[in-house]
Design a protein around this ligand. Structure first.
Ligand SMILES: [Zn+2]
Length: 168
């Protein structure tokens, strides 16, 4: 089951990249969100939230809200994570009404982490750090910090992605 979820997330990210990515890094995640049907809002969030996504049955697009006070790399990851929820719920499960809230570190890996949050995190890493570019940078001898900068992600997100890519 766990294996299926990450494979599904990776495959879903690959499909979104295939249709929407200009092969440049950093990946233009806001633009891709809009192209997929997720309207993004940067705002001041309640204290314990770094982001959320809401989809109403009556509306075509989902709305993603991101805490504008968080560092840019964190905002990008949260946005990519929300797009992951959208792809998993709207595109794969064909669910037309749902919502997810991202509780800041600490409250994070709770009861419902699996499979929705797991999918969204795996998806986020895969879309922000496309495998082809990771391979390109690795063969050019770039280290983790340099790659993180090129992808405009945090060093810990970069490490996680490199670890995840070890699973084949
Ligand atoms: Zn989430």
């Amino acid at each position: 089951m766990a294996e299926l979820v990450w494979k599904q997330a990776r495959e879903a990210a690959r499909k979104v990249l295939d249709g929407n990515w200009d092969q440049q890094v950093p990946v233009k995640i806001e633009q891709i969100c809009r192209a997929c049907g997720v309207t993004t809002y940067k705002c001041i969030m309640p204290d314990d939230l770094s982001g959320m996504i809401v989809k109403r049955a009556a509306e075509r697009d989902a709305k993603a809200f991101i805490d504008k006070e968080e560092p840019g790399v964190r905002q990008r990851f949260t946005l990519a994570h929300e797009l992951g929820h959208f792809i998993e719920r709207t595109v794969i499960a064909q669910d037309d009404e749902y919502g997810f809230e991202e509780v800041r570190m600490g409250g994070r890996r709770e009861k419902d982490y699996f499979p929705h949050e797991f999918f969204a995190d795996e998806f986020a890493g895969a879309i922000l750090m496309p495998e082809s570019k990771v391979e390109e940078f690795q063969s050019a001898g770039k280290d983790v910090a340099a790659m993180a900068q090129l992808f405009d992600v945090s060093v810990s997100a970069m490490r996680m992605r490199l670890d995840n890519l070890q699973r084949q």
